[in-house]
Design a protein around this ligand. Structure first.
Ligand SMILES: Nc1ncnc2c1ncn2[C@@H]1O[C@H](COP(=O)(O)OP(=O)(O)OP(=O)(O)O)[C@@H](O)[C@H]1O
Length: 274
């Protein structure tokens, strides 16, 4: 069974770690060339190995489009994405993806839903059962392996979706607003679990969210996107120490990061100040 951790990378600093994802002057237009919908324009960004980067911005600014381009599920109109130096021509090897909705198959057990990613990658089911069970255990679903998705709460289903994404030990994890539909307590719970996972090893994570506090809590850097057309307006370093207990959200340093980002939101006209 492959280890759940990625030892080694944690010692690297942001400056010394090699680039994992390089986005260069990326543009994505939809619709007719005569009347295009410009979802993204001139986006350049580098995400380093082992880094947790959040894409933060209002609805419709192109966060999901950018994530799909990185996942090789959508093709840029202009510019390029390289993963570990290679230009994309489809989903790159070694990625895991978690979507806004859990997309579990109702007719399969939770264990079999988790094992789907091994099946997709042509890996043996039997060889991966132990790892799938270990992941379910770690995410508090040990007793639910034989249940069907409709027997679980929204938070439990999303946990199962995360286990599925982690099964093949991806070194690049792409998460498209995975906790957006959850209640605040479940969201806090999963934020803590994800933060622990990041702490364990040097997995690179790109995480889409609408929530400033969630982005600050989880990330090493936060890229704030502006709307129409979607661009990266500014990238913020979050130098809060890890591990990060939830109580870090009550510290002045946390408040300072949130305040800086909120003030950019305000300057960009993304929030209304009464
Ligand atoms: N397949 C598509 N065809 C046409 N337009 C699209 C398509 N996908 C996205 N768009 C448009 O591109 C823009 C960016 O959409 P996208 O879903 O990437 O935004 P988002 O920031 O992820 O939004 P949300 O936070 O609401 O999920 C929107 O104007 C959307 O209507």
């Amino acid at each position: 069974m492959a280890p759940l951790e990625h030892p080694g990378l944690e010692a690297m600093t942001e400056a010394t770690a090699p680039a994992c994802v390089e986005i260069e002057r990326l543009g994505r237009h939809y619709g007719l060339p005569a009347k295009p919908i410009v979802a993204l324009q001139d986006v350049s960004l580098t995400v380093r190995e082992g880094e947790f980067l959040s894409l933060l911005g209002p609805s419709g600014c192109g966060k999901s489009t950018l994530l799909r381009c990185i996942a090789g599920l959508d093709k840029p109109t202009t510019g390029a994405v390289r993963v570990r130096g290679k230009p994309l021509s489809g989903p790159p090897a070694g990625i895991g993806m978690v979507f806004q909705r859990d997309v579990l198959l109702d007719w399969r057990t939770i264990l079999d839903n988790v094992l789907i990613s091994a099946e997709f990658q042509g890996r043996g089911r039997k060889e991966n059962i132990g790892r799938a069970r270990a992941l379910l255990e770690r995410f508090g679903l040990g007793g639910f392996a034989d249940r069907r998705p409709w027997e679980l709460s929204g938070g439990m289903r999303q946990r199962a979706a995360i286990c599925r994404a982690l099964l093949c030990d991806p070194d690049l994890l792409l998460m498209d607003e995975p906790f957006g539909a959850l209640d605040a307590m479940t969201r806090d719970d999963l934020n803590v679990e994800l933060s622990r996972l990041v702490q364990l090893g040097g997995r690179t994570v790109i995480f889409v969210t609408h929530s400033i506090a969630e982005a600050v809590y989880l990330s090493d850097r936060v890229a704030v996107m502006s709307r129409s057309p979607g661009r990266v307006a500014e990238v913020f370093e979050i130098d809060l120490p890890r591990p990060r207990p939830l109580s870090i959200r009550e510290t002045p340093e946390f408040g300072r990061h949130v305040g800086q980002i909120r003030s950019l939101f305000s300057r960009l006209g993304l929030v209304r100040e009464e």
